[in-house]
Design a protein around this ligand. Structure first.
Ligand code: HEC
Length: 292
């Protein structure tokens, strides 16, 4: 009679498999505090114990019918530690007689094939793999488990939220710290299109608000062009309340004003002015002479 796998080992394997399966679905170890997990553990352990008790019963019955020598051999075998036997069995070879019994009737060049039974651990792993695969496929197609689009969406939202959180607390550009930055021009243009274009029109060519592409300025509180733009967008115009203080009223953050100012600087300095003949508003204010 072969030595049976100790029930404690079976329970350990069951616990490991349960852990893997729960972890696969929950994607964190939070299930360790769930009654469902512990419920499955208790039921599985009880089943393993029942299975073991049945095994004991069967073994006892078989034992009763054994010959005296077989009984002695069985008792001797039982004393050997399980893992030692397992280790040895991994290297055990069939006797010549046993080999002959399982020899398949074909061969080539002296190479013969034996119809060995697959080891139980191998079959166990194989069926576990098959079941795992079926459960995984069903879960993949019929639940939202492991849905890459959903996961991407969630992660994307979390990223955006953390960027927003960061921006809320990040130090904002001020009149002193703000600088022209070519990298901000594209983003600044977007801000211009939502907050400014209604008065300053496409490309800043001017409408209700003055043409921002020419070198004539009504307001010139600062020495350099970029600082001047930032100043007016932050504080508004002292003479004309139509141009509101976007920074002062909190409609735009310091960083947004730095970006939109970079865009205005760009259309004023790095592009040709939009003249009256091209649909631009006529110059207003006096010609500016900015310091570099
Ligand atoms: C409701 C209309 C309106 C909106 C919206 C508006 N502006 Fe103005 N803006 C004006 C007017 C009118 C003036 C002229 C102020 C004055 O006469 O002093 C002006 C002046 C300016 C000036 C100074 C021009 C100069 O010659 O002194 C700048 C720079 C400017 N705006 C940028 C912006 C930016 C950037 C935005 C968007 C964030 C914006 N404006 C949104 C109406 C507007």
């Amino acid at each position: 009679m072969k030595q049976r796998t100790p029930v404690i080992l079976i329970i350990a394997v069951i616990l490991a498999i349960l852990f893997v399966l729960y972890y696969m679905f929950v994607q964190s170890t939070s299930f360790l505090s769930s009654p469902y997990f512990w419920g499955t553990v208790v039921i599985s352990v009880i089943l393993a114990l029942i299975h073991n008790a049945l095994g004991d019963l069967i073994e006892n019955n078989i034992y009763k019918d054994l010959t005296k020598e077989a009984k002695a051999e069985y008792l001797e075998n039982r004393k050997k530690p399980y893992f030692k036997t397992l280790w040895k069995s991994a290297f055990a070879k069939q006797s010549a007689k046993e080999e002959k019994d399982i020899l398949i009737d074909h061969g080539f060049d002296g190479i013969m094939e034996l119809d060995n039974q697959l080891p139980r651990w191998w079959l166990g792993l194989f069926w576990f793999g098959v079941t795992y695969c079926i459960v995984y496929m069903l879960a993949f197609f019929f639940t939202d488990f492991a849905d890459p689009i959903k996961e991407y969406d969630e992660e994307y939202k979390a990223q955006i939220a953390s960027v927003e959180d960061y921006l809320k607390t990040a130090p904002q550009a001020t009149q002193e710290s703000a600088l022209y930055n070519a990298d901000y021009v594209a983003e600044g243009e977007e801000i211009f299109k939502t907050s400014c274009v209604s008065c300053h029109m496409d490309g800043g060519k001017g409408g209700i608000g003055p043409n921002l592409t020419d070198n004539h300025w009504i307001n010139q509180p600062e020495q350099t062009l970029f600082k001047n733009i930032f100043h007016i967008v932050w504080n508004g115009s002292p003479n004309n309340p139509t141009m509101v203080a976007f920074g002062g009223t909190g409609q735009l953050t310091g960083n947004d004003i730095e970006k939109v100012s970079s865009y205005i600087y760009h259309i004023n300095q790095e592009q040709k002015p939009i003249t009256v003949s091209e649909g631009g508003a006529a110059p207003q204010g006096t010609e500016a002479n900015w310091q570099q």
